[in-house]
Design a protein around this ligand. Structure first.
Ligand code: FE2
Length: 277
């Protein structure tokens, strides 16, 4: 390890809504931060007001990338055109590869209480955009937790900690790392992240310093380097650390479809409208 990654851009995201009126904050995939290749979008939703989430995300299609739903609080039922159905519980993750096409719904499985989670879109390389849909789902109990020297923890969804704990999700093309890290006050955390990867942290609670301070409920995009050294603030910190191998391919977006060219987006709409999904 030689070059520490520092924060090069920060944002609290932009409030918006999606699905059937779900209030959320768009952190990546906004006019501010279009993408952090291979990550196309990051949304967070956090509310204990049912009116903010009860409409959920009724049936809608995707093609060309993966959607990753990680719930901290609350329950969501998903159902898709490939025949998968299940409920994501607190601490659980669903990593869906839409490939050539999936129609799915994601609906709150609750009428009140807190719903708090994240959705991340991970791009697929051109060679895999039309692959068969696939999904992996892991409840909290199946996600390994690495305990750090000073009492901090790293829950590993994807990737490998420097201490050797490996997450259950493996995606060859983007080789992602997806950690949920908790640090005690003033504690520090180091992690190797290959220089082929782009990445970011999102601070859920507390604050961290990675070259510069990243405040609570803010995204910090990581610059070049091959490891990060995170310092927790006086109140400790909980943050997501997410990184993936850059694809360096052209990106054409069309709502729920992400392909390489405009023509492929037009084709996606045509295929969806003619019932090919
Ligand atoms: Fe979706």
């Amino acid at each position: 390890m030689s070059q520490p990654r520092h924060i090069v851009q920060q944002t609290p995201g932009l409030p918006t809504s999606d699905g059937a009126g779900v209030k959320l904050t768009r952190i990546i995939g906004s006019p501010e931060i279009n993408m952090v290749d291979p990550f196309l979008l990051l949304d967070t939703f956090e509310s204990d007001q049912p009116g903010d989430y009860i409409g959920g995300f009724p049936s809608h299609p995707h093609r060309g990338f993966q959607t990753v739903t990680y719930l901290l609080e609350g329950r969501m039922r998903h159902k898709d055109s490939v025949g998968h159905e299940g409920v994501i519980e607190p601490g659980g993750v669903q990593w869906m590869s839409a490939g050539r096409g999936v129609v799915h719904s994601e609906m709150p499985e609750q009428e009140n209480g807190l719903l708090f989670g994240f959705q991340l879109w991970v791009n697929l390389p051109a060679s895999e955009k039309m692959s068969a849909p696939d999904y992996q789902e892991f409840p909290a109990a199946q996600l390994p937790v690495q305990t750090l020297e000073n009492g901090g923890t790293v829950k590993v969804i994807a990737g490998k900690t420097d201490q050797g704990t490996v997450g259950p999700v493996h995606i060859a093309a983007t080789d992602p790392l997806y950690f949920d890290v908790r640090l005690e006050a003033q504690d520090s955390f180091q992690q190797a992240i290959a220089d082929t990867h782009a990445g970011f942290v999102y601070v859920i609670e507390g604050g961290v310093t990675i070259g510069e301070d990243v405040l609570e409920k803010s995204l910090g995009v990581l610059g070049d380097g091959d490891f990060i050294d995170v310092q927790a603030g006086p109140k400790g910190a909980r943050f997501l650390l997410i990184a993936g191998k850059r694809l360096d391919e052209p990106v054409a977006r069309g709502g729920p479809f992400v392909m390489n060219t405009k023509a492929e987006i037009v084709q996606a709409f045509e295929d969806y409208n003619t019932g090919q999904f």
